[in-house]
Write a protein that binds this ligand. Structure first.
Ligand SMILES: Cc1cc2nc3c(=O)[nH]c(=O)nc-3n(C[C@H](O)[C@H](O)[C@H](O)COP(=O)(O)OP(=O)(O)OC[C@H]3O[C@@H](n4cnc5c(N)ncnc54)[C@H](O)[C@@H]3O)c2cc1C
Length: 387
């Protein structure tokens, strides 16, 4: 027997799930967000760089790029409406040497193809004015609070453990404590565990693995302040380490990029400092005088040979996967939510009303620096597990 029925169950309370719940609430569709953990944004969405990218360097035409560009267009108005603090501080890439200069010129051409404003200076550096920083934890909470004001329900400690076809249509959802729910449709936004959910639905999913990124947090030396994001010139080794200011006056350097297997290992590894510090100082020499305060790690929900897997389930009617949102989910979230809402409407699961502005929620972000929150949570989990 099913204890309750909802229009759309959104599984996962990271930035993607909260954004989808927000979009549905804004269109008058009842959503129930189910988060396994004790809080929202305690996984990748709360342990990242907190940068809202413009898409200047993204590959033209790809779904990820289209969603970042659309999100960037929605950003000022929607985040203003949600009361999210964003600083459009801009980003700079400074080439060292001729080869890097050519790479930066190619990025400027890429930005033009994507319609993103980027200026090449006489010294060969590229300035991208629209790149911005935010507090990703506050961002996630604002989306969820907005969704709640629009009628959505949010449940914490609600781990989904089973998905199947409901008799008479829709999706039957079983929670770990045995409770059963029925939804007209469900959206799998479970990040690192999106493959486990697809498997519950009877599907052989894209494999999701953790791509670990570690960061160092510094207190700037007296007289030093960083007022823009410093991006490395990308190479065949990937995007590399960046240095950026945080809204709370710190400087953060990272991330690393390590392919890992253990989805529970959120530790900062012993050589992280070595991997980050020299590269960061090369971009911002004043870091040498700054005080190292803390370090944290995030696990990107990376798809094996796949990125931005947003599709209807092949096994379970009414289920949509939003998986492998690896490195840009914060930046693309506002458009992902529109895209998924349109898919739900297309499959006939919901009728979207006209978009309405929701009341602005009072700031509901948890206390303390955002860059400590997920790290502390995972350290406590690891301690609990080892006892
Ligand atoms: C090191 C690093 C740096 C990054 N930098 C940036 C950046 O600067 N800008 C940017 O745009 N993006 C960045 N990203 C990427 C961004 O953080 C991710 O794309 C985004 O957070 C993915 O969001 P999500 O909601 O899909 O996943 P998550 O945030 O991982 O959320 C998934 C949620 O699902 C829950 N869940 C899992 N299983 C279940 C279940 N069975 N039942 C219920 N709930 C479940 C989890 O508890 C979790 O809360 C970075 C990521 C990392 C790790």
């Amino acid at each position: 027997m099913h204890s309750s029925e909802v229009s759309v169950a959104v599984i996962g309370g990271g930035v993607v799930g909260c954004a989808v719940a927000h979009a549905l609430a804004r269109r008058g569709v009842g959503a129930l967000l189910l988060e396994a953990g004790p809080g929202l944004g305690l996984a990748a969405s709360g342990a990242n760089s907190g940068i809202l990218h413009t898409g200047f360097d993204s590959t033209p035409g790809e779904l990820e790029t289209r969603l970042i560009l659309r999100s960037a267009a929605l950003r000022r108005k929607l985040l203003g409406e949600l009361g999210v603090h964003v600083r459009f501080c801009g980003a700079r890439l400074r080439p060292a040497g001729g080869r890097q200069r050519t790479a930066v010129e190619a990025l400027a051409a890429n930005a033009r193809r994507n319609g993103v404003d980027a200026e090449l200076a006489g010294d060969g550096s590229l300035r991208v004015r629209g790149e911005a920083i935010t507090d990703p934890v506050a961002y996630v909470h604002a989306l969820a609070e907005g969704a709640k004001l629009g009628g959505a329900k949010v449940r914490l400690d609600a781990r989904v453990s089973g998905l199947s076809s409901a008799p008479g249509g829709g999706v039957a959802i079983r929670l770990r404590d045995g409770e059963e729910l029925r939804a007209r449709a469900a959206v799998n936004c479970a990040g690192l565990h999106a493959d486990a959910l697809a498997r519950m639905a009877g599907e052989e999913p894209v494999r999701i693995y953790p791509r670990k990124g570690e960061f160092l947090v510094f207190r700037p030396a007296a007289g030093d302040s960083l007022d823009e994001i410093l991006l490395p010139v990308p190479s065949s080794m990937g995007k590399g380490v960046l240095v950026f200011p945080s809204l709370d006056g710190h400087m953060i350097a990272g991330p690393t990029a390590r392919e890992r297997e253990d989805k529970r290992d959120w530790s900062v590894e012993s050589d992280a400092r070595e991997l980050i510090e020299d590269r960061a100082r090369a971009m911002h020499p004043a870091l040498a005088e700054a005080e190292l305060l803390d370090a944290y790690a995030g696990l990107r929900p990376a798809g094996r040979d796949a990125n931005y897997v947003i599709e209807y389930s092949r096994a379970l009617s009414g289920l949509i996967h939003v998986a492998a949102i690896r490195s840009t989910g914060l930046s693309a979230s506002l458009a992902i939510r529109e895209h998924v809402s349109a898919m739900l409407a297309e499959q006939g699961a919901v009728a979207l009303g006209a978009a309405r502005a929701l009341p602005v929620a009072p700031p509901g972000s948890p206390p303390g620096p955002w860059w400590q929150r997920a790290a502390r949570h995972h350290a406590e989990q690891a301690d609990g597990g080892s006892r």
